[in-house]
Each structure stands twice: as structure tokens, then as C-alpha cells.
Design a protein around this ligand. Structure first.
Ligand code: HEC
Ligand code: HEC
Ligand code: HEC
Ligand code: HEC
Length: 349
């Protein structure tokens, strides 16, 4: 099971990278052999697909390889094609197995965030023979949800687990990519709340496919706090990969220090023992060069505590955050609007 769960895969990959110090380490990518691509979701999630088609994550398939910055970066790294280099495709695309070879088939898509689907697609939304959403027995619902998660589904029920994907791509943890290739050290200002409530937003399923409203105030607080914990975990992982000060080392350590300070600010406004435990790990960590063991251990501990935070702390306990919560004006991109179902065609006269 270990390899079909992308989260565990990311963690063991980070550990392996730390031990072997690979020249170019890959970040989040769903297990290749189990990836069915967005077409494997489209049959049932039509509206989610429509919303995704308006995002940068979708459009990047046709644009990224044509950008002059891409060619320049590849040349500096001595690499050939962004769609053929595993070091790039892990974060930039969805790959599917074609004749046992990895082939890029989409941009950043459903399974990049929800996990490779082969082992759970058939189970996760099946109410059982003869049952509907309304009549499904509670025990069956419980079974199908826990089985899909055990089979690799990253269910949004645990925001930390789904959000970890964002940060594993949006914060770079490869020194050579930045210092030699000139890649950015990560998306400036990335924030789980503001970056997920704009063009990425898809709350369509829980609104009967009729609307795509912004998250509730309680859920927005949780997105903000969980995002700050993830920012700390992943900027610690990045700092762990720094061996020289130049560009990457400084940028990563600054990001990590800002992230842990933000946790203190959150704790001052909306104190919880769950966050206190995380701060106790983050505060003393040495944001120094060549500090792989300490920073990786701290990041692993923060990840475990972050998953607990996301499932035990409810938004009503975080009301103190409302004074600093970013609003709709800061959302990244324009949210998708559900269009009314087209009327059935009139009969020909
Ligand atoms: C055969 C139909 C079908 C296919 C194919 C399908 N889904 Fe679903 N999915 C559903 C149904 C039905 C639900 C609602 C389940 C419920 O009511 O608990 C759902 C729910 C979900 C949820 C929300 C889970 C939750 O518990 O809140 C996610 C995330 C999801 N699907 C992702 C995907 C992804 C990603 C794919 C493609 C890899 C996919 N689905 C393919 C039918 C499907
Ligand atoms: C850890 C994940 C990750 C890896 C690995 C990665 N990228 Fe990126 N890349 C990103 C993200 C996220 C962005 C968007 C950055 C932003 O928001 O500022 C990006 C942006 C870019 C850009 C746009 C830069 C600009 O000026 O706007 C180029 C070009 C690029 N990547 C090329 C590559 C190439 C080539 C590789 C492989 C050698 C690669 N990337 C590997 C995550 C990654
Ligand atoms: C960039 C990452 C990302 C991509 C790509 C993505 N999702 Fe999601 N998805 C999320 C996150 C994060 C949530 C939970 C948001 C929250 O709770 O605030 C979510 C929630 C969902 C839900 C539950 C929505 C609800 O109303 O409860 C469904 C269903 C779903 N996604 C299906 C899909 C499908 C199908 C695709 C592909 C068309 C897709 N997702 C693409 C990140 C993503
Ligand atoms: C598999 C890697 C990956 C994952 C997972 C991922 N992203 Fe991205 N995202 C990227 C890359 C790469 C780009 C830049 C693509 C480009 O510029 O063409 C990007 C771009 C974006 C943009 C558009 C930014 C802009 O400049 O307009 C938003 C918004 C975004 N991501 C939000 C999210 C959120 C929120 C999540 C998690 C719920 C997430 N991403 C998960 C790789 C990823």
C-alpha cells in the first residue's frame, strides 16, 4: 500500500532525497500506473471538469512548453524537453502510462490533488446496488469512504492531506533548479485560502451541481490556519535542501522563518493547544544550511500534528482570525460560475 498513497510517497521521497541528495528531486506526482487522467472523472463530475478548464492548471498544458523562460531554464540545466523530464513533469503536468511509458496527457489535474484514482474511483461514489445518496445505509457510506482513502484517495475531509499537494508543488525544494536553472523558489504569496477560493474553487458537488459559492466563514478560517501550517512544513523541507546561501538557501530560510512567525500570530489571535504543539516544534528548529536531519524531522512532526489540527480544530474555534483573514478581493483568479443546464432541444416542426 505504501507506494499507492501519494502522501506517503512524498514523505518517503523527501527522506530518500535527504539521504541520497539526488541532483534533481521530483515533488508531488500521483502514482503513474494508477493514473486515469481527468477523463476518468468526467463521466460523473462534469461541472468540476468545466470549472477546471478555466484554470491556469488546465491551460498550462498548451502554454508552458512554448514559453521562452522554459527553453532558457532547460538549457541552463542541460535538459531537453519540459514534457519529457520527470524533474519538471512531477509539478507541471499529469502523466499517464502509455505502452508502459510515462506520457504527459494533461496539465495539473484532478488526480494531482485527489490522488491517482485506479484503486478508488469505482468505490468512492458508489451508494450500493439499489441505493441513492438519500437511502444509502450509514455503514456503507462509512465503508466506501474509508476504503477509498485506504486505496489512495486524498479526500478533502482532511484539508491538510489535500492541501499538502499544493505546497509540495508551489514551494520548490530543489536547490539546483533555482541556483542553476533560475527557477523561482516558490510561488510568492501562496496561501491555501486565497489561492483555492478563486479560479481553483469547486464547491459544486455540495451544492447539487447548481452553484459554486465561496467557502463558509468557518471553513475559510480553517483554510487559512491549515495553509499556514503547510507553509511551515514545506518551507522547512525546502530549507533542509539548502547547502549554500545563494538565492535558494536565503529565500527558503526567509520563507520558513516568516511561516513560523505567522503561526505565532495565529496563536495569539485564536489560541488552540493543537497549534501550540506545532509551534513548539517549529520555534526551536535551526534554519541553517546543511541541517537536513533536524529540519526534515521537524517537518515530519509538523505534518503529523497538522493532520490532527485539520481534523480536530473546527472553524468556530478560530473566530479570532477574522480581523486578519484576506477577503474576496485577494482571491487568485475568477471563480467558475455554474451555468444553468441547457433546455432540452425543441422538437423539429
Ligand atoms: C462513476 C461516477 C464517478 C466517477 C467516475 C468519479 N466520481 Fe468522484 N464522486 C462521485 C459521487 C457520486 C460522489 C459523491 C459521493 C457522496 O455523496 O458521498 C463523488 C465524490 C467525490 C469527491 C468528494 C468526496 C467527499 O467525500 O467529499 C471527490 C474529491 C471526488 N469525487 C473526486 C473524483 C475524482 C478525482 C475522480 C476521477 C479520478 C472521480 N471523482 C471520479 C462519482 C464519481
Ligand atoms: C516543485 C515543483 C516544481 C518543479 C520540480 C518544477 N517546477 Fe516550474 N514551476 C512550479 C510552480 C509552482 C510554478 C509557478 C511559480 C509561481 O507561481 O511563481 C512554476 C513556474 C515555472 C516557469 C514559469 C517561470 C516564470 O517566469 O513565470 C517555468 C518556465 C518553469 N516553471 C519551468 C520548469 C522546468 C523547466 C522544470 C524542470 C527543470 C520545472 N519548472 C520544475 C513548480 C515546479
Ligand atoms: C489544485 C488542486 C485540485 C484540483 C486540480 C482538483 N481539486 Fe477537487 N478539491 C481540491 C480541494 C483543496 C478541495 C477541498 C476544498 C475545501 O474543502 O475548501 C476539493 C474538493 C473537491 C470535491 C468536493 C467538493 C464539495 O462540494 O464538497 C470534489 C467533488 C472534487 N474536488 C472533485 C474534483 C475533480 C473531479 C477534479 C478534476 C476536474 C478536481 N477536483 C480537481 C483540490 C483540487
Ligand atoms: C502538481 C503540482 C501542483 C499542485 C498539486 C498544485 N499546483 Fe497550483 N500551479 C502549479 C503550477 C506549475 C502553476 C503555474 C502554471 C503556469 O504558470 O502555467 C500553478 C498555478 C496555480 C494558480 C494560478 C496562479 C496564477 O499566477 O494565476 C493557482 C491559483 C494555483 N496554482 C493554486 C493551487 C492550489 C490552491 C492548489 C492546491 C489546492 C494547487 N495550486 C496545487 C502546480 C501545482
Amino acid at each position: 500500500m505504501a507506494l499507492s498513497n501519494p502522501r506517503r510517497w512524498i514523505e518517503s521521497a523527501a527522506l530518500a532525497a535527504a539521504l541520497a541528495s539526488l541532483p534533481l528531486s521530483a515533488a508531488a506526482a500521483p502514482a503513474l500506473a494508477k493514473t486515469g487522467g481527468p477523463a476518468s472523472c468526467a463521466e460523473c463530475h462534469l461541472q468540476e471538469i468545466e470549472s477546471w478548464k478555466l484554470t491556469v492548471h488546465f491551460k498550462t498544458l498548451d502554454t508552458m512548453h512554448r514559453r521562452p523562460e522554459t527553453a532558457a531554464m532547460l538549457a541552463k540545466l542541460g535538459l531537453k524537453s519540459i514534457k519529457a523530464e520527470p524533474a519538471c513533469t512531477a509539478c507541471h503536468y499529469t502523466s499517464e502510462p502509455v505502452l508502459d511509458q510515462a506520457q504527459v496527457t494533461a496539465g495539473i489535474s484532478c488526480e494531482s490533488c485527489h490522488g491517482a484514482g485506479a484503486d478508488w474511483v469505482k468505490i468512492h461514489g458508489d451508494y450500493g446496488e439499489g441505493f441513492t445518496k438519500a437511502t444509502e445505509p450509514a455503514a456503507h457510506r462509512q465503508w466506501r469512504r474509508s476504503t477509498s482513502i485506504a486505496n489512495g484517495m486524498l479526500n478533502p475531509d482532511n484539508l491538510y492531506v489535500v492541501g499538502a499537494n499544493c505546497y509540495s508543488c508551489h514551494i520548490m525544494n530543489d536547490e539546483r533548479m533555482v541556483n542553476t536553472g533560475g527557477h523561482s523558489a516558490g510561488s510568492a504569496g501562496f496561501n491555501l485560502l486565497t489561492w483555492s477560493q478563486g479560479e481553483v474553487r469547486h464547491t459544486i458537488l455540495s451544492h447539487d451541481n447548481k452553484a459554486n459559492p465561496e467557502a463558509t466563514p468557518e471553513h475559510r478560517r480553517l483554510l487559512y490556519a491549515v495553509g499556514a501550517i503547510l507553509e511551515t512544513e514545506f518551507s522547512f523541507r525546502a530549507t533542509a535542501a539548502a547547502t549554500v546561501k545563494a538565492a535558494f538557501g536565503i529565500a527558503s530560510a526567509r520563507r520558513a522563518d516568516a511561516a513560523r512567525k505567522q503561526l505565532e500570530k495565529i496563536q495569539a489571535l485564536a489560541p488552540t493547544p493543537e497549534l501550540a504543539a506545532i509551534i513548539a516544534v517549529a520555534r526551536p528548529a535551526g534554519l541553517r544550511l546543511n541541517n537536513v536531519a533536524e529540519l526534515t524531522a521537524a517537518a515530519d512532526r509538523i505534518a503529523a500534528l497538522g493532520r490532527t489540527f485539520a481534523t480536530t480544530v473546527t472553524g468556530d474555534r478560530l473566530a479570532g482570525l477574522d480581523s486578519i483573514l484576506p477577503g474576496a478581493a485577494d482571491y487568485k483568479g475568477k471563480p467558475y460560475e455554474v451555468v444553468a443546464q441547457a433546455a432540452p432541444p425543441k422538437k423539429a416542426p
